[in-house]
Design a protein around this ligand. Structure first.
Ligand code: SF4
Length: 387
């Protein structure tokens, strides 16, 4: 990191929870480094530490297997775990400075040959002296998957250059003081990058703003919580969607999440639903995940549904117990992490949808909100027909 990040010690087992630091890494962009505990850890907490370390792999785009000359069962187990997840990785042979005073302390030639034979790059480095770190950074950039580097369009591909998008941003108690939330800022930046224009209004002003325009906008994007009002105030010929649906496309798999929304049609009294949020935040009185979505789901299903909330970096291990997972927009996690969550739900045989899709469905405007995304709308309709 080039800076002090955490207290270290020679005593095995000192690192327990993964330590995270962010860094702007050219040309990849903002990167989160996760330093996990070793997986060779024995003792009472060893299994827990190992589990935490392995879970970090679900949030990882590139893995660095750091060794100070050891290569044995544990390193091979890690290499297998990376390969099983199709995770690009390389080996960092750290502490090269020691080799000068302790010949033979580095990876043996036989191991180096074997790794080369398997196409696994090894970068010699000394974290202590800062040697080899440029090569480490270059190798990370080389292995970073396309989705981690490329800046996919959030919405600028939906409108022509010079087009106009109206963004509907409620400023209510849930809005952070003095700023816009990340998806709203990202949308503005993406439109500026696409040489498009945007007009940002609160939901109360949408109708008046549209009336003042000499031509209809190319798209209206609203916060999911006001989708019903925005759909009523936007002329039927104007495409409309929500920030949350845009996030579902940007971070995850919109088609699969739209298919998952059809499971709401099948919900009945007694079913269990998991509300999953990627960050922890202090819930407000009328919290979207804890109060509003549960209320709308219960009204829609016409009975009592048991609802659990999982907030934070890891999803419940017990997803099979649920009839549906409703995930937030995941603005603080990367696409790889969101796709890993989708895969986990698929493995558990549980459909997953997201906040924007679930809200639009329960408000009766999902076909309209999915209008700009025909493949997702078709997937939803096909899945709903099978219901
Ligand atoms: S991670 Fe999810 S819950 Fe947290 S702010 Fe972003 S969308 Fe909301």
């Amino acid at each position: 990191m080039g800076q002090g990040a955490s207290i270290v010690s020679d005593t095995p087992g000192t690192t327990t929870d993964p330590v995270e630091k962010t860094l702007e890494l050219d040309p990849v962009g903002p990167v989160v480094f996760i330093d996990t505990a070793g997986i060779d850890d024995e003792g009472a907490l060893g299994a827990l530490r190992r589990e935490r370390s392995e879970r970090a792999l679900d949030r990882t785009d590139v893995a660095l297997l750091v060794t100070d000359g050891a290569w044995g069962r544990d390193e091979e187990a890690l290499a297998e775990a990376f390969a099983a997840r199709k995770l690009p990785y390389f080996v960092v042979a750290n502490k090269v400075d020691l080799a000068e005073v302790m010949p033979g302390s580095q990876l043996p030639a036989t191991v180096l040959d074997a790794l080369a034979g398997r196409g696994i790059a090894v970068v010699a480095a000394s974290a202590l002296l800062g040697r080899g770190l440029d090569a480490v950074r270059e190798r990370i950039a080389m292995l970073a998957p396309e989705h981690a580097i490329a800046q996919p369009h959030m919405l600028s591909d939906l409108v022509p250059p010079g087009g106009l998008v109206v963004l509907v941003v409620p400023i209510d108690l849930g809005a952070p003081r003095g700023r816009l939330i990340l998806p709203q800022v990202q949308a503005i930046r993406d439109l500026l990058d696409g040489d498009q224009m945007c007009l940002v209004v609160k939901e109360r002003e949408l109708r008046a703003a549209l009336e003042r325009l000499s031509a209809p906008p190319d798209l209206v994007v609203c916060d999911s919580q006001v989708v019903l009002k925005a759909a009523a105030d936007t002329p039927p010929g104007v495409p409309l969607t929500t920030f949350s649906i845009l996030m579902a496309r940007l971070k995850g798999d919109l088609v699969e999440l739209a298919r998952g929304a059809a499971a709401i049609e099948r919900l009945g009294p007694g079913d269990r639903v998991l509300i999953a949020e990627a960050c922890t935040h202090h819930p407000l009185a009328d919290d979207i995940g804890r109060v509003k979505i549960p209320r709308w789901l219960r009204q829609y299903a016409g009975g009592d549904i048991e609802i659990d909330v999982a907030a934070g970096k890891e999803l419940s291990d017990d997803m099979a117990a649920y009839a549906l997972v409703v995930h937030c927009g995941g603005c603080v996690i990367n696409r790889g992490n969101m796709l890993a969550r989708l895969r986990a739900a698929r493995r558990a045989g549980v459909p997953m949808t997201n906040y924007g899709l679930a809200i639009s469905l329960t408000q009766g405007v999902l076909p309209r909100a999915l209008g700009p995304f025909p493949a997702a709308l078709d997937a939803f309709r096909a899945a709903a027909k099978g219901a």
